[in-house]
Design a protein around this ligand. Structure first.
Ligand SMILES: [Zn+2]
Length: 351
């Protein structure tokens, strides 16, 4: 009698095995250039995708120096997700040296880039005629002296050496602001690109990726509404803040805050004394109430600006990286929650 059920049991077991998530070896191997993107890819990829990150929690993607292990990681990947917009200046060399043969997806494709009006990027190299720029546009648009230092190093003909982490291969492409992820509307565009990239790499997972992306986009849209609502509590005279580098341009545009920074859209060069003096002048003139640290960088000039102006340090924002799993912003959505909480607790009261 029992034997009659054996074939059925075997068939059921087989079906079960078949329906289970793919084993680690069968998963799509994805690499994301930095932690924020890694979290997005995980949300869309679900069980079908194994995601490795190059620049990890609290890491600075601008000044990152890829390691030989990164080249190995990338060589083993089927799909490579990058931000683009000049964020990962180190990427092309890594890609070449790794022999990566998979598909590269630029997650920011389709966003409207924020241009930095760094027209002096293309001017001469003179360093001493920068005090008459229009500082009302953005806090920083006169860093061409630093940019040209970088351009000189962009030739891809020098080899990486870990002992010189701050001096190599950092791009600054045409004055575009790479921090597009700081608007959740842009985050939705990233997710659609990630979804389409994964479908192209793994067509069998199409239904999964579409369902995951749909649910995730709904969560991003809900968070977007929550961010707008929460920031509405900040009174008009407090809607101007200082961060160390210019990472919150998209955030400010999306959520109606003016965000100024002594350092430009990259972290690779310290602001000049003149830049810092200009910010101090502006804080006093416009009575800017607070300065915010960033999780990826904590430079001394911010403390100096705070001391010199009386503007308080309002807390630490996540700009270009998530925290570790137990930190203040382990996911992309958590990053917005944390940043909004930090901003509102520093700025919401009108005193
Ligand atoms: Zn940045």
């Amino acid at each position: 009698m029992r034997n009659r059920f054996l074939p059925i049991a075997a068939a059921a077991l087989f079906a079960l095995g078949f329906a289970q998530p793919a084993h680690a070896d069968d998963k799509v191997k994805a690499v994301a250039s930095f932690s924020i993107l890694g979290d997005m890819v995980r949300n869309v990829g679900g069980d079908r995708v194994e995601v490795l990150e190059l620049v990890g929690p609290d890491g600075d993607g601008h000044t990152y120096s890829p390691t030989p292990a990164d080249a190995k990681t990338l060589a083993g990947a089927q799909i490579f997700f990058v931000n683009g917009l000049g964020f990962e200046g180190w990427m092309e060399r890594l890609e070449k040296s790794s022999g990566f043969k998979g598909q590269k997806i630029v997650a920011s494709t389709g966003v409207t880039p924020r241009e930095m009006e760094e027209d002096d990027d293309y001017g001469d190299h003179a360093k001493d005629d920068h005090d008459d720029h229009d500082h009302d546009k953005h806090a920083k648009d006169d860093h061409d002296d630093h940019d040209h230092d970088k351009h000189a190093k962009d030739d891809h003909d020098e080899h990486d050496h870990d002992d010189d982490k701050h001096a190599e291969g950092h791009h600054h492409h045409g004055g575009l602001d790479p921090h597009a992820w700081q608007s959740l509307d842009n985050g939705v565009i990233y997710v659609k690109n990630i979804r389409d990239g994964l479908i192209a790499a793994d067509p069998e997972g199409k239904d999964t990726y579409e369902a995951n992306a749909k649910a995730y986009i709904e969560a991003l849209e809900a968070e977007n509404a929550a961010v707008k609502k929460a920031l509405d509590a900040i009174p008009e005279q407090h809607r101007r803040i200082i961060t160390s580098h210019d990472a919150f341009g998209y955030f400010g545009a999306a959520y109606d805050l003016e965000v100024l920074a002594p350092e430009d859209v990259s972290t690779e060069s310290e602001p000049s004394a003149k830049d810092v003096a200009e910010i101090i002048r502006q804080i006093r003139k416009e009575k800017i109430p607070a300065i915010f640290m960033e999780n990826i960088t904590n430079p001394a000039f911010l403390e100096q600006i705070s001391r010199d102006t009386g503007a308080k340090i309002g807390g630490t924002l996540h700009s270009d990286a998530l925290s570790g799993p137990d930190g203040s912003a382990p996911t992309y959505i958590d990053m917005f929650k944390h940043n909004v909480e930090t901003l509102t607790s520093a700025l919401a009261s009108s005193s």
